[in-house]
Design a protein around this ligand. Structure first.
Ligand code: SF4
Ligand code: SF4
Length: 251
């Protein structure tokens, strides 16, 4: 079966793709590759020179480490660093927007994340590196949240058009149209089986299609969902080539 991919939609920063012609293991390998191998920037190597606040240095460093940093895959490779500085004096609330980067293209994605509150006269002075790494080191280097679900495959035989299946569907996506049971929005089906269970005639069968999947990607480090998928596939390709070369050395 030929492999194909089509963008379904993009809502609330989540892009969904219909991927056909692949096995469950292959689609899961893409998911794992995104989680473990696609690099992005995150804050690491925090040097705290001044911290008069009630927050321990370790807590502050942890908060900084979890900030989403805008990533440029073309300009940076694994191990590259961007220096950043945070210096403020109270009274004020310190936000993520107060962190200054030495590269104008690289910045904190969300500017309004509160970091710490400074009372009058309290100061913080911190230097840090945004480092390019991937999720195999720590989950803070995951470029997005990725998941997949199977597409539904529906078949109907011996139906009397009673409509009970449509009434039972919690998503309201089954209809009786032109004397047929129609799954009007297959991408919204959660494969709960309520329609099948409601059919007394046992005329309806709905099951997961083992070769078609909805892949959902929510980017969190400034990359697009397409860039994340491309990078995941490149990582898989690179590793396959390395394995192939290593195999050639075996008699
Ligand atoms: S499996 Fe569940 S969500 Fe999908 S069509 Fe049937 S009742 Fe609706
Ligand atoms: S419940 Fe069964 S018989 Fe009734 S419309 Fe649905 S598939 Fe047809």
């Amino acid at each position: 079966m030929a492999i194909s991919v089509k963008k379904i939609d993009e809502k609330n920063n989540v892009s969904r793709f219909l991927v056909k012609g692949v096995s469950p293991a292959f689609i899961n390998a893409i998911r794992r590759s995104v989680m473990l191998h696609v690099p992005c920037l995150a804050i690491e190597n925090v040097s705290i020179y001044e911290n008069d606040t009630v927050m321990f240095d370790e807590f502050l460093a942890h908060r900084l480490g979890m900030l989403p940093v805008k990533t440029d895959l073309k300009g940076y490779k694994r191990g590259d660093k961007v220096k950043m500085v945070l210096e403020k004096e109270g009274p004020c609330v310190v936000y993520s927007k107060d962190i200054k980067s030495t590269d104008p293209k690289i910045e904190i994605m969300d500017k309004n994340i509160p970091l710490v509150k400074l009372a009058k006269g309290q100061r913080i002075k911190i230097e840090m590196d945004a480092v390019m790494e991937s999720g195999r080191e720590h989950s803070k280097w995951q470029p997005g949240v990725v998941s997949f679900q199977e597409m539904p495959a529906i078949s109907v035989e011996g139906c009397n058009l009673c409509g009970e299946c449509a009434k039972a569907c919690p998503k309201g996506i089954l209809e009786i149209k032109a004397k047929k049971v129609v799954l009007s929005q297959p991408f919204e089906c959660i494969l709960c089986g309520a329609c099948r269970d409601a059919c007394e005639k046992e005329a309806l069968c709905i099951e997961p299609d083992k070769n078609a999947f909805i892949l959902a990607i929510e980017p969190i480090a400034g990359l697009t969902a397409k860039e994340i998928m491309e990078s995941a596939l490149n990582e898989m390709l690179e590793k396959s080539e390395q394995l192939q070369k290593a195999l050639q050395k075996i008699d």
